[in-house]
Design a protein around this ligand. Structure first.
Ligand SMILES: *Cc1c(COP(=O)(O)O)cnc(C)c1O
Length: 407
């Protein structure tokens, strides 16, 4: 990847007409290490969040050794990054052939499930391969309730009483038994974790079975932008949130269990930005060359406010130097009428057709969710040395939360 000090440098040098991704390996290493040092258990990065080889390689360099994987392609990606990677197969509903591949070829020994038919599927493979069940930890995925930006508990998870039955059934067969939950994504309240931990404690107590490990899933919040006109509390610091989760685990009597977490978003969100071009300014609307079918679907579904910074094209003459901060509706590149971002971008009103905008903190659920819809598929990368928050420039600004408060 060509290397630049800032995204502005890259934009002015390359004058890209296609979206240009800015990868910040130092930011990625910093955020990975922050989580690793905050969490006292095993950190298994959720590969689906961003499974690009350059991201996985950087995570391994930063000390990540375990991965939450859900498919054969993710097994292979994690192993390509680290031959000794520890793989946790935490998708509750799997193809039998994928279970076999995981156990036979990838040496996977921890698997999630939320139904007895899945136990039967796994058991068939385990018997066929002649693996002692006691070598394998089956994690019962618990249903949880919460209010994350994304609520994932509607799809997976066994209700507490059902979970007790599953735990007992798995234990009788001779597997090691784990408990797991995943409270959603971009979870900003401790209560969602608290309720899930309480449920895990209840299931453990009721089942009377020895529990081998507790996997608290992902969902930890990343930092995004803020609306300068609204006073919204910033997302909790990750260190604080994890410390409070530890305390809950201890208070519910689960403190002696080996712990696993599956962070995704909180580790990779800040490491990537995208420089997009304003194809047309039409009143309060900006038409850009990216959108919900390329890099920005996550902000659309999660109604996230992404930090953005204007990079004016010096070739364009402007009536005034400094613009007034104005909310613009942002329309995506495709001809699809739903391709309009759910949150405005606050930019100086000097923004003009041909300018660039650097959109920050898009490292999670962006590259993986790109489509070829309408023939657009951004795939150009540069490396950026300066963190998004620190980049300067007379026109540059970002509505981004700083650490421990508002910028
Ligand atoms: C998606 C997912 C994660 C990662 O979630 P983030 O919100 O990105 O931290 C972790 N565990 C499971 C089971 C998931 O499905």
């Amino acid at each position: 990847m060509p290397r630049f000090q800032t995204a502005r440098d890259a934009a002015l040098k390359l004058r890209p007409d296609r979206p240009l991704y800015g990868f910040r390996p130092a930011t990625l290493a910093e955020d990975a290490r922050s989580f690793l040092s905050a969490f006292r258990g095993e950190t298994a990065y959720a590969v689906k969040t961003n499974g690009e080889p350059f991201v996985l390689d950087a995570l391994v360099k930063a000390g990540v050794r375990s991965f939450d994987v859900a498919s054969p392609a993710e097994f292979a990606a994690a192993r390509a990054a680290d031959l000794n990677a520890q793989l946790h197969y935490m998708h509750p509903v799997k193809a039998q052939s994928d279970i076999r591949l995981a156990l036979e070829t990838y040496g996977v020994r921890s698997i999630a499930l939320d139904h007895e038919d899945e136990v039967a599927k796994i058991l068939r493979v385990v018997r066929a391969l002649d693996i002692p069940p006691s070598d394998i930890t089956l994690f019962v995925r618990l249903a949880t309730k919460g209010h994350a930006a994304y609520e994932l508990s509607k799809k997976f998870g066994a209700a507490p009483a059902h979970a007790v039955e599953l735990v007992q059934r798995i234990d009788r067969i001779g597997f090691r038994v784990g408990l797991t939950f995943h409270v959603g994504s971009q979870v900003e309240d401790l209560e969602s974790y608290e309720r899930a931990i309480a449920t895990a404690a209840w299931v453990k107590g009721r089942s009377g079975v020895e529990i081998a490990a507790l996997d608290i899933g992902g969902g930890f919040p990343a930092r995004y932008g803020r609306d300068p006109k609204k006073h919204v509390a910033p997302a909790p610091e990750i260190g604080d949130l994890v410390a409070r989760i530890h305390r809950e685990i201890d208070e519910w009597g689960l403190g002696d269990l080996p712990l696993i977490a599956e962070p995704g978003r909180v580790i990779v969100a800040r490491c990537l930005s995208v420089v997009v071009r304003v194809l047309l300014k039409k009143g309060q609307r900006l038409y850009i060359n990216d959108g919900i079918w390329s890099s920005l679907s996550d902000s659309w579904t999660g109604k996230l406010l992404l930090p953005a910074r204007l990079i004016p094209d010096p070739a364009h003459r402007r009536a005034k130097e400094d613009g007034k901060l104005t909310p613009y509706r942002v329309c995506g590149a495709t001809c699809d009428s739903v391709d309009i971002l759910s949150r405005p971008f606050w930019l100086p009103d000097t923004v003009a057709t041909g300018d660039w905008i650097e959109i920050g903190h898009i490292g999670a659920y962006s590259l993986a969710l790109r489509t070829r819809f309408n023939g657009f598929y951004p795939d150009d990368f540069v490396e950026i040395a300066t963190p998004f928050e620190e980049a300067e420039g007379p026109e540059g600004f970002a509505t981004v939360e700083s650490r421990g408060g508002m910028a």
